[in-house]
Write a protein that binds this ligand. Structure first.
Ligand code: ATP
Ligand code: MG
Length: 303
């Protein structure tokens, strides 16, 4: 992937991790289906030769990721798929700056990442709602952390509660919500602070298929026109294709690396309910799955 010139954008903030930064957009032309590190600095997020090892109880090192090259142009939706345990969450933790890679580098809008990625928000697989706070208070958390006044935070949180379809539930507690509603609250929590980059780790994996489809549509609604860069982790190749501009495939671990990148040039806006039956979608699915399938089979052999 090669990144194009910067254009002007707004200022964004992001929950837990972020502070105010000037925001830039970029366009990205792609050299897909190949892993090519890029030299331009206009990408929102770039991994260069990133290797991550962890110590095993035996004292040996376990290499989760090895030599990962990946970049996401600003404003694009990039999904990463790969077999279980291949290092997807590790990749996201590195992007969030929660993990310092053993070697290699990550850059964020051309700046080397050193510490927490303050231009990103992180939506975890299990939502991080505080059970003793109401939905509105949970949604407002990021604003509170950055010192916004209680009145302003409360008002904006109320708007986001409505925006994600939770009107009437602002004063409810997380335990009083369904799984899908909690995901909505978590989504509002991570988007209210207006991050440049949204990191999402299998956010809808625990939902039933219909709720999941609704949530996928809602994430597209939020993202469309926002200019935000999304790095989305999923096991579900259909979900990845439906949402994304590009799907990257991680090989089975240990020492996982990006083995393919596929441009998804299906037109937008997308109707996720019907898109799976379209021939372009099915062709792409077959192409990506032919590579992913081998990695999944190799992961079975390891079990
Ligand atoms: N903090 C850690 N210490 C030691 N090993 C770790 C640590 N974090 C991850 N690993 C190992 O790194 C590998 C990749 O883990 P990771 O959680 O990134 O995989 P994943 O692709 O997200 O898996 P899943 O699809 O099941 O969510 C695994 O073998 C895991 O055991
Ligand atoms: Mg994971």
């Amino acid at each position: 992937m090669r990144c194009g010139p910067l254009t002007e954008g707004r200022s964004w903030l992001s929950i837990r991790l972020c502070r105010v930064q000037p925001r830039h957009r970029t366009e990205c032309s792609a050299g897909y289906n190949a892993v090519l590190p890029t030299l331009d600095h206009t990408c929102a997020l770039r991994f260069e030769a990133v290797t991550q090892s962890f110590p095993k109880p035996s004292g040996e090192a376990h290499t989760a990721l090895e030599g990962v090259n990946l970049d996401a142009a600003a404003g694009t939706f990039l999904s990463v798929v790969g077999p279980s345990g291949c290092g997807k969450s590790t990749l996201l933790n590195i992007a969030a700056g929660l993990l310092q890679p053993t070697s290699g580098a990550v850059s964020v809008f051309g700046q080397r990442l050193d510490g927490v990625n303050r231009r990103a928000s992180y939506m975890f697989q299990q939502d991080a709602l505080l059970p003793w706070k109401t939905v509105r208070e949970n949604v407002a958390l990021g604003l509170t952390f950055r010192g916004q006044s209680a009145a302003e935070s409360n008002q904006l949180a109320g708007e986001w509660v409505r925006r994600v379809g939770l009107q009437g539930f602002g004063d409810s507690y997380p335990a009083q919500l369904s799984g899908g509603m909690r995901k909505r609250a978590a989504m509002a929590q991570s988007w209210i602070v207006d991050p440049d980059i949204v990191l999402m780790d299998e956010p809808f994996a625990a939902l039933d298929v219909h709720t999941r489809l609704r949530m996928e549509n809602e994430i597209l609604d939020l993202w469309t026109g926002s200019g935000k860069t999304v790095l989305f982790i999923t096991h579900d190749l259909e979900e990845a294709i439906g949402l994304s501009d590009e799907v990257a495939v991680l090989s089975v671990g240990p020492a996982s690396r990006i083995i393919a990148r596929h441009k998804v040039d299906l037109p937008r806006p997308r109707n996720l309910i019907d898109i799976r039956t379209e021939s372009g979608f099915q062709e792409l699915y077959k192409t990506i799955w032919s590579g992913l399938r081998q990695e999944v089979l190799r992961s079975y052999e390891q079990d």
